[in-house]
Design a protein around this ligand. Structure first.
Ligand SMILES: [Fe+2]
Ligand SMILES: [Fe+2]
Length: 191
């Protein structure tokens, strides 16, 4: 009994969409002229603002922990046998910092507050800090962290979908760079 009811409701909705014209919501355009304190967030944004800010703050914590881990590895590995890899840790550190800056900027655009609080960084970060002294252990720890970041950004991008195309594009560009990082690290990892 329930299945036909569900089908007919679905059909009605589809018909309304297919017979409707593509028109903007004028009431929302008028509403956009007000609530100026909301900055870039206008009525079509949807109810996801706080959830997206929370996801972005967790990603910001991850980027900050990744920056610290790569810096630690850069200065520790400088004296070891592979200065080229140490230099690459520094390149990654700076790219993770840039990712964090992009995320913090987006949080502010959404009317949120970027959370740089050092006391809660490691508990909020998806990836771990690492104090290895051995180059291969560093490479492995970084590869694990990059894979966690890739998984987290992939999930975020799916969750956000078309709810916020600007945030999605930012995350997609960061994800592409995390994949490059993981690819480089896996080339250096000796089996
Ligand atoms: Fe990153
Ligand atoms: Fe990375």
């Amino acid at each position: 009994m329930n299945i036909p009811t569900f089908d007919s409701a679905g059909t009605r909705e589809a018909t309304a969409v297919s017979s409707g014209r593509l028109e903007l919501d004028n009431a929302a355009l008028e509403a956009a002229k007000r609530s100026l304190e909301k900055g870039a967030v206008t009525p079509s944004y949807g109810p996801w603002r706080e959830d997206i800010i929370r996801l972005l703050n967790d990603a910001l914590a991850t980027e900050l922990v990744c920056t610290l881990r790569y810096k630690r590895h850069y200065f520790t590995a400088k004296g070891l046998a592979s200065p080229k890899i140490a230099e690459e840790f520094l390149v990654h550190a700076n790219e993770e910092t840039a990712h964090g800056d992009m995320i913090a900027e987006r949080i502010v655009q959404l009317g949120g507050e970027p959370d740089f609080a050092p006391t809660t960084l490691t508990s909020r970060s998806h990836a771990d800090y690492d104090e290895s002294l051995d180059l291969q252990a560093m490479i492995r720890a970084n590869l694990i962290a990059e894979r966690v970041a890739i998984e987290a950004y992939g999930q975020m991008i799916k969750l956000i979908g078309d709810k916020d195309s600007t945030t999605r594009r930012i995350l997609e560009s960061i994800l592409a760079q995390e994949q490059e990082h993981a690819d480089e690290l896996s080339d250096w990892l000796t089996p």
